[in-house]
Design a protein around this ligand. Structure first.
Ligand code: NAD
Length: 497
């Protein structure tokens, strides 16, 4: 199956077979391929070529660059099923979500094509006669991308589509757990480049196969003016100072610890559906997964009963076969989940679920029943992100107390409130409300659309990707003052003669 899939996606067998690093499927532990990690020297050579590609690509008019992204979106439309299937095979998310990830890639390409005709700068009134000022946006350089296993294709595309229309070349270090998805994306982009014609330079986009050492090569290279990195807060903490020490820019998309405040006036049917999707979807392995439910004490028992009933009906199993929850990425992830549940029990919590399932059928696949953990209070355990389906449930009596709990974690990615009280809803999204990059009302914390800027505050890293005005992050801003008079007046009326 994998060979047919890779062939249809345009990846040659040498690229994913014949190396010595085994790529396995979390669904059953079967081997999907063997890739070779490249040396630092090879990566340095790629950076040279990315620099040359940039020097040519920046000369191509932006709307024409948009045409390449349009062709790439066509490739994605044509290969949506296959790429979605590969996402499922390699990272274990259910097929519907694999397709959703590819759709997100198509959506950002559409946005980027439109953006390619709108790389607008301001004109500015000069204080000097016979002068005008304006702001110009210029291509930045080769963009270094580092991505996580749980979204193996979409975050790359959020960056890539916009960075390409902005006139940059790309160099991508995907997660070592999902290199095949990256090779497939690269092959589809290569096909679009071929269709596009000669004004797309060679090596406009490249993939670096390797572990964190390869990421470090990109991080440390001053020829790469921007590193956009998605992954754990640990990773962000390591790379941020390295990029900053060479005065590079970074976009950091790191861990989340997302809450829902569930108020007494909420529509509970809607809220329970939102809890289910956002807490157990992708087996709790989304950066925006719902990890903390802060529920009003008056409805706590009712809500818990409903949520437990909904959890009991969730189908867990092969992500390709219509289940709602697939496996965890690996055994290490399972161990981390069990360790967190053990600590919760020590802290007096009541734990429902969390056990391993289907072990006989899949000895190398780590399927779990999503866990509901009833806590007395928000402890440091709750404040840390465990990348697994654990929903901590805590109660509150006053709305201000719930808001304080929402904000009292080191991460600041996503958050939501379910309420029909307009004061609570508006407070939540006001300056006094949620401190997260994403704050929603009556929808869960996960499942963002590409139109809005995506990212979060505090230990989530402060970066933003995707829609809104994020294209500016992939360009350098230049302020121009042009004197079309025959005088040379100085600003602020200074006389220097
Ligand atoms: P990870 O941090 O282990 O790895 C992410 C990527 O960083 C990989 O490609 C890895 O090789 C690379 N890397 C790791 N250390 C590095 C270093 N020192 N220098 C350079 N590169 C390095 O993360 P993961 O387990 O793949 O993904 C899960 C984490 O990612 C979770 O914390 C999740 O919340 C987060 N995440 C965040 C977002 C977001 O948009 N905020 C999206 C997806 C995942």
């Amino acid at each position: 199956m994998i060979n047919d899939l890779m062939q249809r996606l345009g990846v040659s067998s040498q690229q994913y077979q014949g190396g010595d690093y085994a790529v396995t499927s979390p669904t059953d532990g079967s081997e999907l391929g063997r890739v070779a990690f490249e040396s630092a020297d090879v990566t340095q050579g790629r950076i040279d070529r990315a620099q040359r590609a940039f020097e040519a690509w920046r000369q191509v008019p932006a709307p024409r660059r948009g045409e390449l992204v349009r062709l790439f979106a066509d490739q994605l439309r044509r290969h949506k099923d296959d790429l979605g299937r590969l996402v499922t095979l390699e990272c274990g998310k259910i097929y519907q979500e694999g397709l959703g990830e590819v759709q997100e890639m198509i959506d950002i390409c559409d946005l980027a094509v439109g953006q390619s005709r709108q790389l607008f700068g301001l004109t500015i009134a000069s204080e000097r006669p016979g002068h005008h000022m304006r702001e110009s946006w210029h291509p930045l350089g080769p963009i270094g991308l580092i991505t996580a296993f749980n979204f193996p294709v979409a975050p790359w595309a959020w960056n890539a589509a916009l960075a390409l229309v902005c006139g940059n070349s790309l160099i991508w270090k995907p997660s070592e757990k999902t290199p095949l998805c990256a090779l497939a994306c690269q092959a589809l982009l290569d096909a679009a480049v071929k269709e596009f014609g000669d004004d797309a330079p060679a090596d406009l986009s490249q993939v670096v196969i390797g572990g964190r050492e390869s990421g470090e090569v990109l991080t440390d290279d001053r020829r790469i003016p921007l590193i956009s990195a998605t992954g754990s807060t640990r990773m962000g903490r390591e790379i941020a100072p390295r990029v900053a020490s060479r005065f590079g820019r970074s976009i950091l998309e790191l861990g989340g610890n997302n809450a829902m405040i569930l108020a007494p006036s909420a529509d509970l049917d809607m809220a329970v559906r939102a809890i289910l999707f956002s807490a157990v979807g992708t087996a709790g392995q989304r950066c925006t997964t719902l990890r903390r439910l802060i529920v009003h004490e008056s409805i706590r028992d009712d809500v818990l009963a409903r949520v437990k009933k909904a959890y009991a009906n969730v189908t867990i199993g092969d992500p390709m076969d219509g289940s709602l929850v697939g496996p965890l990425i690996d055994g290490q992830s399972f161990d981390q989940m069990q360790s967190a549940l053990g600590k919760a029990r020590e802290q007096g919590a009541t734990v429902t679920g969390g056990e391993r399932l289907l072990e006989d059928q899949y000895p190398e696949g780590f399927y779990v029943r999503p866990a509901i953990v009833e806590m007395q209070e928000q402890t440091d355990l709750v404040r840390s992100e465990t990348f697994a389906p654990i929903l901590y449930v805590m109660s509150y009596s006053e709305f201000d107390e719930a808001l304080a709990m929402n904000n009292d974690v080191p991460q600041g990615l996503s958050s939501c409130v379910f309420t029909t009280d307009v004061r609570e809803a508006e407070t939540f999204v006001s300056a006094l409300g949620s401190d997260c990059g994403i704050a929603n009302v009556n929808i869960g914390p996960s499942g963002a659309e590409i139109g809005g800027a995506f990212g979060g505050e505090k230990e989530t890293g402060g970066g933003r990707e995707s829609g809104s005005d994020i294209w500016k992050s992939y360009m350098r801003r230049q302020t121009n003052t042009v004197n079309y008079s025959r005088e040379l007046p100085l600003a602020q009326g200074i006389r220097f003669d």
